[in-house]
Design a protein. Structure first.
Length: 211
């Protein structure tokens, strides 16, 4: 039986997937991309008895991190983000909050790289650098649970936009092909928007696989 439980909250103006991920026995876990509505995230953690240990950001666009600061303070937990995302998180125009919403900037407590391995809730999490949608985007892979949190890099039969500041079509294609589609086919993929998928499905149906 899988040890991790995943609760999905769809939040904010961009309908972003925020994931509450926790060990079914200990209730310890982490929050992926607290998009918006900090109080709702806190309340949902309380409802399920979850004990968050960290916040993991896949990238720095505002629709994935607007609630991070408040959630961090409430639980007294660190925020993790890709080291190459420092500039985007610190610039409200780059992270799109200055153009689309109220300006927001932040810095992570822990900057991760492709060599980083995190230990949370009894799980080892591998950090995969997956730039393209943003310069420093990362995905989080949990081999023992066959899980991937892909942010806005890989979607079900689609891929992230590359018309934003710092985006790159060639980079996102390379990230998908070299970092994500090389994972085991039964890996469950939880993206930043829309429904979950699997690596096997994306190898067959994603345009990036054969583009």
């Amino acid at each position: 039986m899988k040890q991790l439980v995943i609760k999905t909250l769809v939040l904010g103006m961009c309908q972003t997937n925020c994931y509450l991920v926790y060990n079914r026995d200990t209730k310890e876990g982490w929050i992926v991309d607290p998009a918006d509505q900090a109080q709702l995230i806190v309340d949902q953690c309380g409802n399920i008895g979850m004990k968050p240990q960290a916040i993991l950001l896949t990238h720095g666009h505002f629709d994935h991190m607007t609630a991070a600061g408040q959630v961090k303070v409430h639980f007294g937990i660190p925020v993790y983000a890709g080291e190459k995302e420092k500039g985007l998180l610190a610039d409200s125009m780059m992270n799109l909050s200055g153009a689309w919403a109220s300006p927001v900037t932040m810095a992570a407590d822990v900057w991760v790289t492709k060599d980083s391995q995190l230990e949370l809730a009894g799980c080892r999490i591998r950090v995969l650098e997956t730039p393209g949608h943003t310069p420093g985007g990362v995905s989080y892979y949990i081999p023992q649970e066959e899980l991937l949190f892909s942010g806005d890099t890989l979607f079900c039969e689609s891929l992230g936009r590359t018309d934003f500041p710092g985006s790159s079509t060639s980079q996102i294609l390379r990230s998908i092909r070299e970092q994500l589609l090389t994972l085991p086919e039964n890996t469950q993929v939880y993206p930043g928007h829309m429904e979950p998928t699997t690596i096997g499905h994306e190898k067959q149906y994603n345009p990036a696989a054969g583009a």
